[in-house]
Structures are given as structure tokens and as C-alpha cells.
Design a protein around this ligand. Sequence first.
Ligand code: CO
Length: 160
Amino acid sequence: MAVLEIKTAGEPVLKQIAAPVQKIDKRIKKLLDDMAETMYATEGIGIAAPQVGVSLRMVVVDVDGKRYDMINPEILSREGAAVDTEGCLSCPDLFGEVERAEKIHVKFTTRYHKVKELDAEGLLARCIQHEVDHLEGRLFIDIAKNIQKGKPPQREGRVK
Ligand code: CO
């Protein structure tokens, strides 16, 4: 496994709409592992493939000790609304308030080719929405309010 370089705001790959993964091969599995290692090394709670320069629909999230590797994630439904502070590995030293759905239902494919569905709420739901936004070329700073410099006052170091 390897810690990869994180692309930061201004890099074109972060503005592209990522392509679906067509075939889950060794390269894809290695990329998921490298994304996870990069996320843990930077104390993130989520990472999307475009953040490491690969325009494919893959995200890794680990909000509370359970890691999800999601290939071609699709948010099928959203419920409620909540505002909370977010940061992003690709926007170092910025944080802001982002409104997201409180609960989501997401479908994704695992590295073992299984199609799974998950109900998520709270921080996990927020993190998945943030990562899926990356696949659409959208950064949290595109939609956040009250963007400030520095580290988020709460949950310091927990960025996506
Ligand atoms: Co991010």
C-alpha cells in the first residue's frame, strides 16, 4: 500500500465528473487500499478517487471505525436537513458550514462485486454526501457558508 499525493483545489481533476468503474480488477482494489491508507495517514474520515488524481467513481469512508469501500456509489434517497462544519483534505486550512440531508439511502458495489445498500445518518451520511460530491466535481467550498481559515473548531483533524 502507499500514501498518495492529495490533489488540492485548483487541480482540474477535482472539477471533473468521475467515470463509473467498469471492471473491478487488481488495480481498482489496490487503489481502494491506497486511498484508505492515504485517508488514515492524513486523519481524514473519507476520501474520493479524484482527490488522488483518479477520475473514477470510488470513495472510502471510515467515520467510527467501520471502513466502507464504495465503488460507483449512488445516493438513492435523502431525508431531512442538517447544517454542520466541514473541511476537506483537498482544501487544507479551510472550513465552513454545509447543509446536507440528515439521512440517506446509498447503493454501492463492493470490491467483491456485491451490490449493497446502506441507510446512513448523522456524520456518516454527511461524509458520504461530501465524497459523492467529489465524484460530481463539487467541493464543499462551492456550497459552504461562512468559510473560514484554519481548522474546524470541533472535530479537529477530521476532514474529508
Ligand atoms: Co473532500
